[in-house]
Design a protein around this ligand. Structure first.
Ligand code: ADP
Ligand code: GN1
Ligand code: MG
Length: 362
């Protein structure tokens, strides 16, 4: 059975799916397999999103799905009654027995969401309006989850943003050099090791734990085609306890550079200051009221540190023979690491100006 055939078979298990016509790979994520499923009810065709959860990476898919159930229900309660409410939060579709995931005979875990129509995600930022809207959407997301009732969410990936542990993993990968790539990645390895003093700075800052998204890439927010609003935050696998700074940091990484994450022409990669300003304004518009002074004080640092952290992770995966992130060409993870490190340099060059802006607005 091909991957698409397996997806079509899985799609047929979800309630109200009708007659499944097709399942087409969708989006540009690095971990899960995402499909847009088209199905027919009588003469009417509709779409939904189907995802196969990568359980080599998410070791406890049921715990992950329980987190998503709680989070989507909580947000739906807040959004209930708002105009366009059903496009503002993901809604899980149940299977016939009422559960929100399917565990198939091949040990795959699947889930399905309503398809948010008339909106799309962007892999690279195009204008300051998008940066503002992305910042605002993720800020609102944190705000809606600030009063999520106990118990604490489960950690879908423990130590996900523990940068010192990410650096230790890089050091292990350099020493093991299983793919024999360390020699050709010397400049990137040196770049990373020269910045070891950076890695513990957020953990040392004594910041409050919150419910955070933890994967706030620009392409994890859907932008409304007509109004340009950041209408729905998606990709909820890593929603778990974290620091607000992790989310803002990953927004800076993906929403201030006009280049894609794997751009090979490094001259195109930079932290664009007007984008940063728009992103910051959008984020503070939604989150400024609940963030503490300590959280506001680390926003620039967060941008640099989280960009550095993801760079370390791409480099580690390159040295380990590309076992974690999906790759589509030779040296793909190395190219991704290079863009992150170029961005870190660009942030370093503008850090004082960024700091001044944060102090004036936050
Ligand atoms: P991944 O973990 O692979 O990044 P995502 O959940 O981000 O998976 O989905 C991949 C892409 O599919 C997104 O960038 C977005 O374009 C699209 N997408 C995901 N969920 C929806 C949805 N409910 N409605 C419309 N498009 C969606
Ligand atoms: C992965 O699933 P996706 O593509 O949205 C990764 C993130 C990285 C990102 C880099 C679970 O996100 O942590 O920042 O790639 N997700 C996981 O693009 O590791
Ligand atoms: Mg995604």
């Amino acid at each position: 059975m091909s991957k698409e055939e397996a997806a079509i078979a899985a799609a047929g298990e979800f309630q109200g799916c009708g007659e499944v016509l097709s399942a087409t790979p969708y989006g540009s994520g690095h971990i899960n397999d995402t499909y847009r499923v088209v199905s027919r009810h009588g003469n009417v065709c509709g779409s939904f999103i189907l995802q196969r959860i990568n359980h080599n990476i998410f070791k406890n898919p049921v715990a992950l799905m329980e987190n998503i159930e709680r989070v989507t229900l909580h947000m739906a309660g807040k959004i209930n009654g708002q105009p366009d409410g059903d496009r503002r939060v993901l809604k899980l579709i149940p299977i016939l027995d009422g559960r929100h995931w399917l565990h198939d005979a091949d040990d795959n875990y699947w889930r399905a969401y309503n398809f948010i129509e008339r909106a799309r995600s962007y892999d690279a930022v195009e204008n300051t309006g998008q940066a503002f809207e992305a910042g605002k959407a993720f800020g609102r997301f944190q705000q809606m989850l600030a009063d999520l009732p106990q118990p604490r969410l489960q950690e879908s990936i423990p130590d996900f943003h523990h940068t010192p542990k990410r650096l230790m993993a890089l050091e292990r990968a350099i020493a093991a050099d299983v793919a024999n790539r360390a020699a050709s990645a010397r400049p990137e390895i040196e770049f990373a090791l020269a910045r070891r003093s950076l890695v513990s700075r957020l953990l040392d800052a004594d910041l409050p734990e919150r419910v955070t998204h933890n994967d706030t890439k620009l392409n994890n927010v859907l932008i409304d085609d007509e109004t340009g609003e950041g209408i729905c935050v998606i990709d909820l696998d890593t929603v778990m306890p974290g620091l607000a700074a992790y989310d803002f940091g990953d927004m800076v990484r993906t929403t201030t550079s006009p280049a894609r994450e794997d751009e090979q022409d490094l001259s195109k990669v930079k932290m664009d200051f007007p984008m940063f300003e728009a992103l910051l304004r959008g984020y503070l518009d939604a989150a400024g009221a609940f963030l503490t002074a300590g959280e506001k004080a680390v926003l620039t640092l967060a941008g640099k540190l989280i960009t550095f952290e993801i760079g370390i992770r791409f480099l580690t995966d390159h040295l380990s023979g590309d076992t974690y992130f999906k790759v589509h060409r030779a040296n793909h993870n190395l190219d991704r690491a290079r863009t992150q490190f170029k961005l870190v340099e660009s942030i370093e060059a503008q850090e004082e100006k960024m700091e001044r802006l944060v102090r004036s607005l936050a």
